[in-house]
Ligand binder design. Structure first.
Ligand SMILES: C[S@@+](CC[C@H](N)C(=O)[O-])C[C@H]1O[C@@H](n2cnc3c(N)ncnc32)[C@H](O)[C@@H]1O
Length: 162
């Protein structure tokens, strides 16, 4: 598979998982948390999926498309290792859907980042809340869910908070 094919499949898997996640949280109150704004593509998709919900965004340094910059009061600006613990009072147990997309092309660094942030992300989710992530993050409090049809095992991950 070419790198172009792989890139396209990753984005298709990401979109399919976000769309599935939106169905899964339909009956669950709570906010949405985007972990990694980047260009703002998935933030924009989340805005379309969740027009009625507050969407909070974590990002170290905003460099998104001008139309995809979150309002200042919903932006957790800085390193997530600092901003997530600081947001625990505000967001702890209130997140219906978290989307983790903070990785780079470095698979080893991605695994380390995901392992480090997992214990900071899971407590923010409501019971029954969903985590969509490119990196595996299962644990006793995060149960893997089946992926949408057409998404290869391991390409993206969906978890439900116990
Ligand atoms: C792959 S991009 C996100 C792409 C985005 N979801 C999109 O669709 O456009 C990853 C982003 O995560 C951010 N990031 C990575 N590690 C971070 C950390 N520890 N704290 C805050 N932001 C981080 C990077 O600055 C980068 O903008």
């Amino acid at each position: 598979m070419s790198r172009l094919d792989s890139f396209i499949r990753r984005l298709e898997a990401q979109r399919a998982c976000l769309n599935r996640a939106a169905e899964l949280v339909r009956g669950i109150d709570g906010v949405v948390l985007e972990l990694g704004l980047g260009n703002g593509r998935t933030y924009d998709h989340l805005r379309q999926l969740f027009p009625q919900r507050e969407i909070y965004v974590c990002e170290r340094q905003v460099a998104a498309h001008p139309e995809c910059i979150p309002p200042a009061d919903r932006l957790l600006l800085g390193d997530m290792f600092d901003t997530l613990p600081a947001a625990r009072n505000r967001l702890g147990g209130k997140v219906a859907l978290a989307h983790f997309d903070a990785g780079t092309g470095d698979a080893t660094a991605n695994l380390k980042l995901a392992a480090g942030l997992r214990p900071l992300i899971a407590p923010l989710l409501r019971p029954g809340g969903i985590l969509a992530t490119q990196q595996a993050m299962e644990g006793p409090d995060l149960i893997p869910l089946p992926l949408p049809e057409g998404v290869a095992e391991g390409r993206y991950h969906l978890y439900q908070r116990t």
